[in-house]
Design a protein around this ligand. Structure first.
Ligand code: PNS
Length: 163
């Protein structure tokens, strides 16, 4: 595939980054010359990991991916896109249930910044059920999450839950 000389931003809470996120990042960097996975604040969520921890884990997960540059941005997604020169927003869509929220965000972002296009990517089927929330729920209840996150995320979860 010929890469587009376009920077795409991939926003999310990344609390923590999962293999599903990494799958979407890998698909995105096949299409675009630069991908910025951006940790942004979702006021609806109370994160388990601090911003610094989430960025550390995200950077580790992307360390071998050329053209992928994780950041944290405190503000609107559209302002992060402007700051990093991104004209495309990537979001992963898993199930139909994701769609309504995603559509609202895409349309709001477009009304704030007309040139910004939102592109929905579909993760590998094995990650279609995966979310950061489920990883934390499963781990918190004593389950095994090693197939769903990087070894460093698994280690940090162990520390958080005092295992
Ligand atoms: O992983 P999430 O929690 O679904 O990601 C949501 C996120 C962080 C992308 C969204 O809450 C966001 O864009 N926050 C930044 C503030 C903003 O721009 N809000 C308006 C969105 S329409």
């Amino acid at each position: 595939m010929t890469k587009k000389k376009i920077t795409a931003i991939y926003p999310g809470s990344f609390d923590p980054v999962t293999n599903g996120h990494i799958d979407i990042i890998k698909r995105s960097i096949k299409i675009f010359s630069k991908v910025i996975p951006a940790i942004l604040v979702n006021p609806e969520k109370k994160p388990l990991f601090t911003v610094e921890e989430r960025l550390y884990l995200l950077k580790d997960a992307c360390k071998d991916l050329e053209g992928v540059e994780p950041v944290f941005f405190d503000g609107l997604l559209v302002d992060a896109a402007k700051k990093y020169g991104a004209t495309v927003v990537i979001r992963g869509i898993r199930a139909v249930s994701d769609y309504e929220y995603e559509l609202q965000m895409a349309l709001m972002n477009r009304s704030l910044y007309e040139e910004l296009e939102t592109l929905f990517l579909v993760p590998a089927q094995e990650y279609s059920f995966l979310s950061s929330r489920l990883v934390k729920d499963v781990y918190g209840a004593g389950g095994d999450i090693k197939n769903f996150v990087t070894p460093l995320v698994a280690e940090k979860l162990r520390e958080k839950f005092n295992r």
